[in-house]
Design a protein around this ligand. Structure first.
Ligand SMILES: O=C(O)CCC(=O)C(=O)O
Ligand SMILES: [Fe+2]
Length: 404
């Protein structure tokens, strides 16, 4: 990842607006090709994002409602989406099928879940399944940079104003992994541990409905983005979605206990990339998430009302031969995080910071390798053919979720 000065700006010209993106170096991955520089036209289906000028909002309804998905304007929108993903490893979208009231119900449920006594939650922990279903207590998951010297070098090379907080120990966040119902389990797999039955916490009769309701909506948005990105990259429209069928997609909220961990600078989730395909976040009630754009800038993630944020994970990087980099991020306790906890306390709510996160995945038995035109790129050799389940297991071992 390069450490250059900010170079993106929102053009103010009349007519189609221009988000000028001067991509700099090729980002974080080994042997990665540089993202091509180039203006991204703000066109029908895109809106400026007042909270984060670098990430325009893509309105998925324009694609969903287009009668002809091959129409030039649809193709241009898909190309702009793919380009945004390539240049920032992130995307902001609005999906007409997603009702944010479902997010509120989900956050209410998870706040109550995490606020339960420790013994109650410990019954939901499955270390023998690499924690891939049920709860992961705080202090278990290590941010990858604890073991990966390359990531520490990357961080050390960043200018101070864009550098992460280097973690010195495991994350203080809890996690719950809920395997989404929409994700049909494979009939047979070489990776049963990654495709286990979900854990349903005893005290919440509404659990499955709330979790599958909200998680399924977010997964639907990911599916549309995945198809648009494939089209935008000139791949078969189902190049990604066909590989996502029967994958262990996880609704994966984190939970950080602000009644215990409210010191400014506390690392809830240390500097890392996500190991999966595409991560999608609904709005959290608590700020604290920071992401790095491909040009090296660290930005606070602020999602406009009604929108969703996506970040590219390692499997996306693999399938694109490094053209799209897995996006780095961290979650830190800031003054705004503490203020959100104070508001929650005043309203009589649990003071747990819950994230609204889905990890979409490539199916465990699918082989990851650069697809289509990405296979011929010089950087492709850094991404050898590897079953997704193997790649996931290797990553889980690095972050202390799976015994080696
Ligand atoms: O807690 C959050 O907002 C995001 C956490 C995160 O990065 C992760 O779960 O991988
Ligand atoms: Fe993450």
């Amino acid at each position: 990842m390069a450490s250059r000065s900010p170079r993106q700006q929102l053009g103010k010209a009349a007519g189609p607006q221009v988000v000028t993106v001067s991509a700099t170096s090729g980002g974080s991955g080994a042997g990665a090709a540089a993202a091509p520089p180039g203006p991204v036209l703000l066109q029908p289906g895109m809106e400026p994002n007042p909270l984060c000028t670098q990430l325009p909002v893509f309105d998925l309804s324009v694609f969903l409602n287009a009668p002809d998905k091959h129409a030039p304007e649809v193709q241009r929108l898909c190309a702009a989406l793919a380009s945004c993903l390539q240049q920032s490893s992130a995307l902001v979208v609005r999906d007409p099928r997603v009702d944010t009231r479902d997010n509120e119900g989900f956050l209410d449920l998870m706040e109550r879940y995490f606020a339960q006594p420790l013994e109650q939650k410990m019954g939901d922990v499955r270390p023998e399944l690499a924690y891939q279903v049920g709860a992961t207590p705080e202090g278990v998951e290590n941010p990858r940079c604890l073991r990966d010297a390359k990531l520490r070098e990357l961080a050390a090379g960043m200018p101070p104003e864009h550098a992460p907080t280097i973690p010195t120990g495991p994350d203080v966040k809890w996690r719950f992994f809920w395997r989404l119902e929409a994700a049909d389990r494979p009939r047979s797999t070489q990776f049963p541990e990654l495709n286990a039955e979900p854990v349903v916490p005893a005290a919440f009769p509404e659990w499955s409905q709330v979790m599958d309701g909200w998680g399924g909506k977010m997964l639907g948005a990911v599916g549309t983005v995945a198809e648009m990105a494939a089209r935008g990259f000139g791949l078969e429209p189902d190049a990604f979605t066909s590989r996502m069928a029967h994958a262990p997609h996880l609704l994966a909220p984190t939970g950080s206990d602000l009644s215990k961990h409210s010191a400014l600078g506390t690392v809830f989730a240390g500097f890392h990339y996500d190991l999966n395909f595409l991560t999608i976040h609904g709005r959290s009630r608590y700020p604290g998430l920071f992401a790095w754009l491909a040009d090296g800038r660290r930005i606070p993630v602020r999602i406009p009302e009604g929108c969703l944020l996506l970040q590219a994970g390692k499997q996306m990087e693999w399938l694109t031969g490094g053209a799209v980099k897995a996006g780095f991020h961290e979650v830190i306790c800031t003054e705004e995080t503490v203020a959100a906890a104070q508001r929650a306390a005043a309203e009589g709510r649990p003071t747990w910071r819950v994230s609204s996160t889905v990890f979409s995945q490539i199916a465990s038995d699918v082989v990851l390798q650069p697809l289509g035109r990405f296979a011929g790129e010089p950087g492709a050799t850094a991404y050898p053919a590897t079953p997704a389940g193997r790649q996931v297991a290797d990553e889980l071992a690095m972050i202390n979720l799976k015994a080696e």
